[in-house]
Design a protein around this ligand. Structure first.
Ligand SMILES: [Fe+2]
Ligand SMILES: [Fe+2]
Length: 191
């Protein structure tokens, strides 16, 4: 699968977790907040890692502009990692923990939007589909190495199963996704 589609799928999966976290915040469900935060942190650690080791080095030489966006991106990841370390040192559910999770979510939302709107279009117009597919393959291998689910783990689910998962996981844009996009985006069924 195209590397940009895979990275966008990661973004949308984590956006679904953010939506669920914000809802759980309103209902004061500490156990659920803790579970969702753990999932969010795990997703972000894998995603920032594959971007920094595979994607950013691959795109940074496309132009001066992409180089600047990537340099900024690495710093934004650094803020995310710092916040994660601080969050992990606090008691899940307390006021400070919730405030830091909220700032983390706002930061990542902004960062992902910037990647999708400023970086990805430039990458798309300056690279070949074949090269992006090859990079996508490397991203998947790296994810597997990090113990994260990949597209191949979910591609055999039926469209109904995928749609149900996307709905439960509150994946944004799910109504217009095809089978492959849904499979790339959802987290595998649990249990
Ligand atoms: Fe990023
Ligand atoms: Fe990203």
């Amino acid at each position: 699968m195209d590397a940009l589609a895979l990275l966008t799928a990661d973004h949308n999966r984590v956006r679904g977790l953010f939506a669920r976290f914000n809802k759980a915040k309103e209902s004061d469900d500490t156990a659920l907040l803790g579970e969702l935060a753990a999932e969010i942190i795990n997703e972000l650690q894998v995603h920032t890692s594959i971007e920094e080791t595979q994607f950013y080095p691959w795109v940074k030489d496309i132009s001066e502009e992409t180089k600047d966006t990537v340099t900024e991106g690495v710093e934004e990841h650094h803020v995310v990692k710092t916040l994660i370390a601080e969050i992990q040192a606090l008691e899940p559910g307390n006021d400070k923990w919730i405030a830091k999770m909220t700032v983390l979510i706002e930061n990542v939302d902004h960062h992902a939007e910037e990647e999708e709107e400023e970086l990805f279009p430039k990458v798309r117009s300056n690279t070949s589909a074949t090269d992006r597919e090859a990079l996508g393959e490397r991203l998947e291998q790296e994810k597997q190495r990090l113990g994260a689910p990949v597209l191949a783990d979910k591609i055999d689910l039926t469209l109904t199963e995928l749609k149900d998962l996307a709905s439960t996981q509150e994946i944004p844009g799910r109504s217009t996704m095809d089978h492959e996009e849904l499979a790339a985006t959802v987290a595998p069924p649990t249990g």
